[in-house]
Ligand binder design. Structure first.
Ligand SMILES: [Ca+2]
Ligand SMILES: [Ca+2]
Ligand SMILES: [Ca+2]
Ligand SMILES: [Ca+2]
Length: 449
């Protein structure tokens, strides 16, 4: 690799070079377009792809054309395109010149505003799961999911607890995603990690008395929620989930008919928080409050810093159900399949609603390794937990306030019609939410319920 730093670190030599080289660069009207580089690409240190041998350079104005041409030729670059509106030059460098090094050195020149490799921009990723185009694309498009997946697909360190009817942990789309409790010694009949469940390896079952370490699903609801959250995705099989790479913690608190008690749910919430779940998905609702539930929410939220997400309820009436209605829980409603700007007819509304997500015709994993379609704010809730899991994968230091602020500034506000607050801040927009890193240091504190 040729080195040329010496030339640029000496401004006098550069000036001499400029004086000696006054041939003009090709004008905009005579620009030479390079042959299409097709799929050729290289990767920068941060993984971004760029076109080999090409650098984009913007010169500061004003600079005499001859001087500008000389600057551009410094690394042996040939102008292959010039956009006068942007003031941008696309240069082809000799093969032996390193593109990133050349960009850095061009950037050091006082006449250059910036220089960078010619990065490749790709269309938002569409997963190859066979049910995606036929069953799932409409709702993932409605929440701008593919643009989000371009940015973040989820990290295994982020644990989402699924408080539900259990999870079919051996489902081929879920088994690789299920939490493994490394802090528990198995088979010694002792709760080694003191999370209130003995010998728990893949979660816990609080429906039985006493609790057992088997969180298997005997209903199907929890397996569907788990799949929406984090089914294995882009694996040429079944469905795509929202947060492809995160970890699921199954906590069975609802029985084989989908019902549960406040005491079981309360215990499950605290178990999830103690086990390290940063997000607790509560795809359930009851019309009236419960002190036990409220205390458990407070404990998980205030003491453990967990982010809780709950369903607004499926009665199609005013009044958000519990636990979603508690201030410590992000409450989720559902928009309509046929008009994603309007409320799904079953979705409860009220001032406690925070955000709207897909809840009609949702297709996900089901019992016996199968798949099924479901409807309800339960399923909408799982999309929101999934997006939050991606936001924490981006930056695990984000807390509940940060997440609420990010959701609030990124959603698409929908018309309220005659059901005020039905969509809360608005409809989930994954691409926008995941593209707001820059706001992290400024928004917290600005937005608070
Ligand atoms: Ca334990
Ligand atoms: Ca044990
Ligand atoms: Ca899949
Ligand atoms: Ca609205």
């Amino acid at each position: 690799m040729r080195t040329f730093r010496w030339l640029w670190s000496l401004p006098l030599l550069v000036a001499a070079f400029l004086l000696a080289n006054s041939a003009p660069y090709p004008s905009a009207s005579s620009q030479v377009l390079a042959p299409d580089v097709g799929l050729l690409s290289a990767h920068s240190a941060d993984g971004a792809q760029f076109v080999p041998g090409e650098v984009l350079v913007k010169c500061r104005l004003p600079l005499p054309p001859a001087a500008e041409a000389a600057v551009l030729r410094l690394a042996g670059g040939v102008v292959i395109e010039h956009n006068p509106t942007l003031g941008l030059y696309r240069l082809r460098l000799p093969e032996e010149i390193d593109v990133q090094q050349a960009s850095a050195l061009y950037s050091e020149l006082p006449w250059v505003e910036y220089a960078e490799p010619n990065y490749i921009v790709r269309a938002a990723i569409v997963p190859d799961d066979p049910f995606y185009p036929t069953k799932q694309a409409w709702y993932y498009d409605a929440i701008n999911a593919p643009a989000g997946w371009d940015i973040e697909r989820g990290k295994p360190a982020i644990i989402v607890a699924v408080l539900d009817t259990g999870v079919q942990v051996e489902h081929p789309e879920l088994e690789a995603k299920v939490w493994i409790n490394a802090r528990e010694v198995l088979g010694n009949d002792i709760d080694d990690d003191k999370n209130d469940c003995i010998d728990d390896v893949h979660g816990c079952n609080f429906v039985t008395l006493p609790p057992t370490s088997d969180p298997s699903d005997d209903h199907g609801h929890g397996t569907m929620v788990a799949g929406i959250l984090a089914a294995r995705s882009n694996n040429d099989l079944g469905v795509a989930g929202t947060a492809w790479g995160v970890t699921l913690l199954p906590v069975k608190v609802l029985d084989s008919v989908g019902a549960g008690t406040a005491s079981d749910v309360a215990q499950g919430i605290v178990y999830a928080a103690k086990s390290g779940a940063q997000i607790i998905n509560l795809s359930m609702a009851r019309p009236s409050p419960s002190r036990a539930l409220e205390e458990a929410v407070k404990e998980a939220h205030d003491v453990f810093g967990a982010i809780l997400v709950g369903a607004s309820g499926n009665e199609g009436e005013e009044g958000v159900g519990y636990p979603a209605a508690y201030p410590g829980v992000i409450a989720v409603s559902s928009f309509d399949r046929f008009d994603p700007n309007t409320r799904a007819s079953f979705s409860n509304w009220g001032p406690e609603v925070n955000v709207a997500a897909p809840g009609m015709g949702v297709f996900s994993t089901h019992l016996h390794g199968g798949y099924a379609t479901g409807e309800g704010t339960s399923f909408a809730t799982a999309f929101v937990s999934g997006l939050i899991a991606l936001l924490l994968s981006q930056d695990s230091s984000r807390n509940d306030d940060d997440i609420r602020a990010l959701l609030r500034i990124s959603v698409d506000d929908l018309p309220d019609g005659d059901t005020p607050y039905w969509d809360g801040w608005g409809r989930l927009n994954m691409g926008k939410a995941l593209n707001t890193h820059a706001f992290h240091s400024v928004v917290p504190g600005v937005v608070k319920d």
